[in-house]
Design a protein. Structure first.
Length: 339
């Protein structure tokens, strides 16, 4: 065997071993994907230039801090930008940390699952039982479930270009493919007990009764949402229902409707929290932000699923999004989500 061939073979073998080793390591650590991004560069002081700042007085709270907590992406159990377990445990740890003086929540989210949004709202409400403040800042979008969580704050700020509101509920999607299957000669049968057990499956039409069942669930989630907004924003219930028609509002519109308290910058909100609410100008701010490291497994399985969906959709002659929805196990999950 030529020397160059041997060298190439050795390099190939080493490359395969390296890839295999990295893949095994990634798979072993798939569940250890919760990272709090907290470094020196993410710790700074706020309102230190205030006329009320007193260096001597500031020594009394030199070890205290405001937690800048970022909630980003679609609210769910877990995805590339969001992790419910990490978020709830972070809020709980801050509640138990006596050096923490308050939370400043930055929200950039179109919303998401009702269950998870309500859990975060309740966790922040529970944090407030310590008498420490929660200030909310709405970034590019704080819609639906993102707005729901905002209602847990003592005060809500928004950027002047923020889109917010979208108070409403989406309750699954139903695709009836029975006529298409009949035309192309496909027979799909689901064996089930209970006439509504197979409801919203693609191989049976949605009945009037099933539509009423889903609508009742949707309406219950909607009423919960409206009640949360009305209670926390001090808006009369029926007035709140009138403005809760699922639309997005600009920051100015939201301010006029009392859905937010102020339009300003993130830095000015932190200044208000430190200087006026806490009366501790110069207090430290520590950043808490979820980051997920994309594993080889995630990339491979994600791309494979995407290709399989596209292939199946092409064979059936339906849009890829329809195929994706058919395979979605969460089709019964109510969502506070901006579409």
């Amino acid at each position: 065997m030529k020397k160059t061939t041997k060298s190439g073979l050795i390099v190939l073998i080493l490359l395969v071993i390296a890839i295999a080793g990295y893949t095994v390591y990634t798979l072993k650590n798939m569940n250890n994907d919760n990272h709090i991004k907290l470094s020196t560069s993410d710790t700074y002081r706020v309102a230190e230039d205030s006329k009320n700042y007193d260096a001597l007085a500031a020594k009394d709270y030199k070890n205290e801090f405001i937690a800048a907590l970022y909630i980003e992406g679609t609210i769910s159990s877990a995805n590339n930008n969001y992790n419910q377990k990490w978020l709830l445990s972070t809020i709980d740890s801050l509640k138990k940390n006596e050096k923490n003086a308050g939370i400043a929540v930055f929200i950039n989210s179109p919303g998401g699952a009702v269950y998870q949004a309500d859990e975060v709202y309740l966790a922040l409400q529970d944090y407030r039982t310590t008498k420490r403040p929660v200030y909310i800042y709405q970034g590019p979008m704080a819609a639906s479930g993102g707005y729901y969580i905002s209602c847990a704050g003592n005060k809500i700020y928004a950027n002047r270009n923020t889109l917010t509101g979208c108070i409403g509920v989406i309750m699954g999607e139903s695709f009836d493919l029975t006529e298409l299957f009949e035309r192309i000669g496909i027979k799909s049968t689901t064996i089930h007990s209970g006439k509504n057990k197979n409801m919203m499956n693609y191989n049976e039409p949605l009945t009037d009764e099933q539509r009423e069942i889903m609508q009742a669930m949707c309406d219950e989630c909607y009423d919960q949402f409206v009640s949360i907004v009305a209670k926390n924003r001090g808006i009369q219930y029926f007035t709140c229902r009138d403005l809760s028609d699922g639309r997005l509002y600009t920051a100015k519109q939201a301010l006029d409707l009392r859905l937010i308290d102020a339009i300003d910058s993130w830095d000015n909100m932190l200044r208000d929290l430190a200087e006026n609410e806490l009366q501790k100008p110069g207090i430290k701010v520590k950043t808490y932000r979820y980051e997920k490291k994309q594993s080889v497994y995630d990339m491979i399985t994600g791309k494979a699923l995407e290709l399989e969906n596209a292939k199946a959709a092409a064979q059936l002659g339906v849009p890829a999004e329809v195929m994706k929805s058919i395979n979605n196990a969460d089709r019964f999950t109510p969502m506070y989500l901006a579409q």
